[in-house]
Every structure is written in structure tokens, then in C-alpha cells.
Design a protein around this ligand. Sequence first.
Ligand SMILES: [Zn+2]
Length: 313
Amino acid sequence: MNKNLYLGIDLGGSEVKIAIVNGSGRIIEKTTFPNSYLSTPQDVVRRIIEKTEQMANLKNVCATGVGVAGDIDQENGIVRFSPNLKGWRNVKFKEMLERHLPKPVKIENDANAAALGALWLDGKGIFRNIVCVTLGTGIGGGLVFDCKIYHGATGTAGEIGHIPIDPYGRRCKCGSRGCVEAYLGANYLSEDAEKNRALMSSPVIQRLLKDGELRITPKIISEAANLGDKEARKIWDMYGERLGIILAGIVNLLNPELIVLAGGVSQAGSLILDPLKKTVEERAFKTPVKNCKIIISKHNKILGMVGAAFLNK
Ligand SMILES: [Zn+2]
């Protein structure tokens, strides 16, 4: 059999997901293992080798791609820094993997890899210019122009989460202030919700908390909103509006054909999408808005793996 399959690895702080994918993006085989903030690069490489060696289709793989959260030098395959992995600084990850996995090996920022996954899985080959926004603990972004990831001068392009929306706003982990991530990152969202007295005293929230939930997670806020809680709905209206302001700017700046929302928080679905679309329509130029589809990914859990696999396609 010809070597016509691709290996894709999504390296997250709590889990590593591995898939062998065919040329149309269909997952042929997959596996996973838990990861931790304290894993060293050597630990992770050893586990990846162990796991991939057990995959029946590895012999038919012609290339390997890896998505890692953080600042990546994709040209040289170096993880400059990863916020999810302690002590990972200037790790020559490509070199480490090349000794054991099918070559060529490419290393990419995880949100960029997800954007490539969204291009093929959600865009189905119809679109060429897309923006992918991942909504989770962090707010990530990936830009694809003419079916290729746009990296900018040093590989940093697409950091949508660190676009400022408030000139005198709260401090962000990146060192700046007022970044969109400092309002819409999942932990900030939960902290703000817990300080919101009207929300916390709502009977719906009280009941959900009594059911054993300890924290006000984005999932609880969407459950409450779907049960008709007005305060919970207000939180999503704010979320959609703030993200919509950024995306209106992006529509005017880049004129994309498709914007795909992915990541755990995107599962709030129309609670985010409705106020977001309204804001983008109000704030961006009419023609680019009319010609830009905004959707929530239907392939959320596999975008990272498939995108990583397609880095070599
Ligand atoms: Zn920031």
C-alpha cells in the first residue's frame, strides 16, 4: 500500500490527542494519553512514540504534524514557549520527533492547526480565506489565506485573544491590559459570574449549584440561559457583543469568507452566535459582512488533530 496517510498530534496541557488521517480528513485511527503541566519534553516524546508504535496504520503514514499551544518557531520546529507546559523553553521539538516518527515533521501553533482543520472540515474545500477563533481558557486565533496558514514575520500572527478592547482595562497574562482574553477567557468568565450578585441569587443558578456543581463554569451559565434565566442570558449577550466587536474589526481588516468559532466555550452555540452576529452586522462594513459566514465548528474535538495532520498536505 502507498504511504498516503498523515499523522496529526494535538498536544494540550491536559491531554495529547493523536490521529492518523487520510487525504480527505477522515480519521482512520486515533489514540490519546493524559498530559500534565509538569511533563518534560522527553516525557511527552517517549509517550508519543509508545502510543504511535501501537497504531496499526503507522506504516502507511508519510508525514507528521503537531499542534502545540504557545509561541512556535514553525520554520525551525522549535517550541519557544508554552503557557500550558512548565519549563518548555526553546525546545527543539521537531528534531526530537524526527528521530522516531514519519518525516517530514512540522510543528505549529495549536490554534493555527485548528484553523487548517476548520478550513477542510467546516469549510469543506469551498472557502479559501478563513479565520478560526478558539474559545476556551484562552482565546486563540488562526488565519488562513488562500488555503495556507498566515504566520506574519515571526510566526505570531492570529493572536486574536490579545487584541485590546478596553484602553484602560484589566491586566492580561500577556503583560498588556484590556485584551479580549482577560474578559472572555473561561476562567475570567467564571470569576466575573461569581461576583455577579444578580446571577448568583437567581433560583436557576442556585438549583444547578445544588445539583453538585462547585463552580460557575461556562457550561452552567449556558444551561441556566437555556432554562430561561435572564441574568445568565445577559452574560452571553455581553460575551457575544465583546467578541463581535473584535470580529467586526477583523471583517474590515481581512475581509474573510468564513469565520469559524471552536473550543469548549463555543458550545454555548446560538447564545453566543446571535448577539455576536448582530454586533458584527452593526459595526463592520456592509459588503464584507454580507459575504462572510460566521459559524460554530461541527468538528470541535478533532479540528486540532486533523489540522495538524494536514500541515503536510
Ligand atoms: Zn493579552
